[in-house]
Design a protein around this ligand. Structure first.
Ligand SMILES: NC(=O)c1ccc[n+]([C@@H]2O[C@H](COP(=O)([O-])OP(=O)(O)OC[C@H]3O[C@@H](n4cnc5c(N)ncnc54)[C@H](O)[C@@H]3O)[C@@H](O)[C@H]2O)c1
Length: 436
């Protein structure tokens, strides 16, 4: 073994000697000598090598010249929907500037030419099994979007969305927004909250928790996933208004310790949270202040004046008027509201925007329209008014008209008959279930 090793080291040394003796005959250093320049030129000119070099240079420079143009023509990289730049409208007073701060990008993407088909969106509707939510879901599904409804069914009903159950673009999740949830969506319509006084006063602590913690959770989700967030606030933020009609610039007259404050102050806090997430975390928010809305699928006995009157007239009961009946309200048909909410979500303005029908009716006038539509022989019964009931309510919708190009189309006399058959069927089913 030792011998073998010795032999191989001798061989290595011999190889080294041979190499040194060879190098003495041929020195590669001579190549670098200036006298070899003609030889290099000769090498370059031989076998069209120069031509290949020139063609290479030409291809390289063509690529670098065209590259920026090509990258502009290629598909746009999706940008984060957290707006990086804002524009502020100069025609509003300073205190309202924040409401007109608009993100430059819609849906978090660069502007696309009109001819490019719209991307299908995935949208969450909290409270989507309720009255307004279910109509919104219908319209979003009809537009071709994917919709996920989150609802705890406190006032909502599966029947309101049952017609979508077989649609693969529809999902229903039983969930309480007071608890956090993680989903991947483009837009969040946040409606979850009981809307009628009967329901929101039933458990006021739960109502304010829904408004504060529920809104916080959904805003947190919007921030995390870069989704656009729309809050359905209410005309109740104006309380018993001292300004008439109410503009978005009016700060309201709300009793902070009254029986309605779980709802009124809850919604005011929800608006505050939305604006703070917008200013502080760059979340794209939209705020709608909804005025009285009516239509099919309203809860039958929820204490709201239109549903009360219609149900009472169908059941042949006297129509209950609280107080002297001279307090005024405006009534908006639900499809008008849904159009307004979608225009707001798709538009570039944060709001808040009043969404309501400016037609103003006293309770007694409304009772007359219900009598004309359903039962002219119906009678009226007066009862003492409830606490903190506002005397007047009428939206000024000039801002929505101008910036969202939206205004309601359906008058009370046209809208009321559209909800009567739905109410009749449900009252009939209820009576059958009770064995009448
Ligand atoms: N309808 C109106 O006239 C009117 C007026 C002003 C504001 N709004 C607002 O519009 C939204 C929808 O109102 P609506 O009339 O459809 O009321 P609704 O009671 O019919 O619908 C509310 C829905 O939210 C659900 N919900 C309630 N609490 C929840 C919770 N903690 N977690 C998950 N789901 C919950 C209910 O089950 C229901 O499906 C509400 O935010 C309401 O404040 C409505």
């Amino acid at each position: 073994m030792k011998q073998l090793h010795k032999q191989s080291s001798i061989n290595v040394r011999r190889d080294e000697e041979i190499a040194t003796s060879k190098s003495s005959q041929y020195s590669p250093k001579t190549l670098k000598h200036p006298r070899s320049l003609p030889r290099s030129i000769h090498y370059l000119l031989k076998e069209q090598r120069l031509l290949f070099v020139l063609v290479g240079i030409l291809i390289g420079s063509t690529f670098f010249i065209l590259q920026p143009t090509l990258s502009r023509l290629g598909p746009t990289e999706p940008r984060t929907s957290i707006p990086r730049s804002f524009q502020v409208s100069a025609d509003l007073p300073e205190r309202d500037q924040v409401s007109s701060v608009v993100p430059k990008f819609v849906h978090g993407y660069g502007r696309v030419p009109a001819s490019v088909p719209r991307r299908r969106l995935r949208i969450v509707v909290t409270g989507g099994a309720g009255f307004v939510g279910s109509h919104l879901v219908d319209k979003l599904i009809a537009r071709g979007d994917d919709v996920i409804v989150i609802d705890n069914f406190f006032t909502g009903r599966k029947e309101n969305v049952v017609h979508h159950f077989k649609n693969p673009r529809f999902e229903l999740i039983r969930h309480d927004v007071v608890e956090p949830i993680l989903l991947e969506v483009d837009q969040i319509y946040h409606l979850a909250c009981p809307a009628s006084p009967v329901h929101y006063k039933y458990n006021p602590i739960k109502t304010i928790k829904t408004n504060v913690m529920g809104t916080l959770n959904m805003l947190g989700l919007a921030k995390r996933i870069g989704a656009r967030f729309l809050l359905t606030s209410t005309s109740e933020v104006y309380g018993d208004p001292l300004e008439h009609p109410q503009k978005e610039t009016y700060w309201g007259n709300v009793n902070p310790i009254g029986v309605r404050s779980c709802y009124d102050e809850g919604k005011r806090t929800a608006e505050t949270l939305a604006m703070d997430y917008h200013r502080g975390a760059g979340v794209e928010v939209r705020i709608a202040r909804i005025f009285n809305t009516y239509g099919p699928r309203m809860c039958l006995d929820d204490g709201r004046v239109v549903s009360n009157f219609v149900a009472q007239a169908i059941r042949k009961q006297p129509l209950t008027v609280y107080g002297d009946g001279k307090q005024t309200r405006s009534f908006q048909y639900v499809s008008d509201l849904v159009d307004g909410l979608m225009a707001l979500m798709e538009g570039e303005h944060v709001g808040p925007f009043n969404l309501g029908n400016p037609g103003e009716f006293t309770m007694l006038e409304l009772a007359e329209v219900v009598k004309e539509t359903i039962d002219p022989s119906a009678t009226i019964e007066f009862k003492p008014n409830t606490a903190d009931d506002p005397h007047k309510r009428k939206p000024d919708i000039s801002r929505a008209k101008e910036l969202l190009n939206w205004e309601p189309k359906i008058s009370l006399r046209d809208g009321l008959p559209r909800m009567v058959s739905d109410f009749r069927n449900r009252i009939l089913n209820e009576d059958e279930a009770k064995g009448f």
